[in-house]
Design a protein around this ligand. Structure first.
Ligand SMILES: C[S@@+](CC[C@H](N)C(=O)[O-])C[C@H]1O[C@@H](n2cnc3c(N)ncnc32)[C@H](O)[C@@H]1O
Length: 383
């Protein structure tokens, strides 16, 4: 049976030295570092190595880029140390374009990070290209309509996926049962394991004015949640060494995983605490949405292609494959602080009392009664 409590630890410190985290104790890393050569992070990097400020002031873009990555390298070394064998790291990173001393060029952050990850000993796996929906489709850089001087607009980021050692094994009956409960729906698998994600919008920075000195660049909740569900099972330990606003912690809580978040700027405490207070309602709403999307899919599929062969044992709803029969999304019951920046979440082991034979519109109405639910985690962050 799965562990029905999870623990979430937030450490306000520099992730270049994670001595509080034992070697080979983490099951998955989901993170997004500050992006080298993106101006909003210049100060953050320079603070950690003042030579970066000198390099930028002297117009030496390549030197600044190298020094910024050396800071990240130390964190990737720690990530390798703390991960258990057979476990994954998923790193969201965008390249940067910048003009230094009148020379416009691309700083290929994703390639530089991947090169270091391979040097440390990780194996690379197929990555995900996150194509953000553009706000202004006609924007261009360079000489506009005149050939040979215009630049392609950078509207994608990467999610690098690497593994430490060979494939994870699930040996005991309990491990296998937990893995089956942690499975994804067939229709989710088809979208989530695609190598291009186009359906997730970037998150705007919406920090309250009083916190405007904080640099956030939060990634969307959906991005962290998908990766956690794709690359870990319930009860695993998820680490984010660049926690920012706490998105990974929130996604781990929602998915029944434990977590450790590390953030150098303790100002983020003011952002993370309100999220914690709303997480039960938010998570239960998110989990209900997953189930409702599955109902809608099933209704459609049955109408178009006839009955499905399998039934989920917990919800009594049809599923496409035998692997989906034991999927169970644990609703959150309570969250409690149990120490400085340590939170414990308790989950329900009962499935929601919904009749899956009712049409999905009726279920949506039922669900609205059950949960007052902000549609985006971002809304919580600004409360
Ligand atoms: C791109 S943001 C992460 C945003 C996060 N994914 C979210 O959803 O809010 C990078 C974060 O890394 C933090 N950071 C930078 N250098 C760090 C270091 N050496 N150790 C720990 N955190 C660091 C920054 O303060 C910033 O909050």
């Amino acid at each position: 049976m799965i562990n029905m409590k999870t623990t979430h630890n937030i450490l306000f410190q520099d992730a270049r030295d994670l001595k509080e985290v034992p070697s080979e104790s983490v099951d998955l890393v989901v993170t997004s570092p500050p992006y080298p050569m993106i101006e909003m992070w210049d100060e953050m990097f320079s603070h950690q190595n003042p030579e970066i400020q000198d390099a930028l002031a002297g117009g030496d873009g390549n030197q600044a880029y190298t020094l910024m990555h050396e800071i990240l390298d130390s964190v990737w070394d720690e990530v390798f140390r703390v991960l258990k064998k057979g476990r994954f790291a998923c790193i969201n990173i965008g390249d940067a374009t910048r003009t230094v001393k009148s020379n416009f060029c691309l700083y290929p952050n994703h390639a530089r990070i991947l090169t270091h990850l391979l040097k440390v000993g990780f194996s690379a796996l197929p990555d995900i290209l996150w194509r953000k929906q553009a706000n202004t489709p006609n924007k261009f850089m360079g000489s506009g309509m005149l050939p040979a001087g215009a630049y392609v607009t950078l509207e994608h980021e990467y999610i690098l996926i690497v593994r430490k050692g060979s494939k994870r094994e699930f040996k005991t009956e309990a491990e296998k049962a937990n893995r089956r409960e942690s499975a994804l729906f067939w229709e989710e698998r088809n979208v989530w394991y695609s190598d291009v994600w186009t359906d997730i919008k970037g998150t705007e920075q919406k920090l309250p004015k009083a916190m405007s000195r904080l640099r956030s660049a939060a990634f969307p909740f959906e991005l962290a949640s998908r990766l956690i569900n794709m690359y870990s099972v319930k009860g695993d330990v998820i680490l984010d060494p660049f926690l920012g606003t706490g998105t990974t912690t929130a996604a781990a809580m929602t998915s029944g995983r434990n977590s450790i978040g590390v953030e150098i700027d303790n100002g983020f405490q003011q952002v993370i605490c309100p999220i914690v207070h709303h997480i039960v309602d938010f998570s239960n709403g998110y989990l209900s949405d997953r189930l409702l999307r599955h109902y809608a899919f099933v209704e459609n599929r049955i109408q178009n292609s006839g009955a499905l062969k399998y039934t989920n044992k917990h919800y009594g709803c049809p599923v496409v494959t035998s692997q989906e029969q034991f999927i169970f999304l644990n609703n959150l019951e309570t969250i409690q602080a149990c120490g400085d920046n340590i939170f414990e979440v308790v989950y329900s082991t009962k499935s929601q009392d919904w009749d899956f034979k009712r049409p999905s519109e009726v279920l949506v109405a039922d669900k609205m009664k059950l949960h007052t639910r902000p549609s985006q985690l971002n809304m919580l962050k600004t409360q």
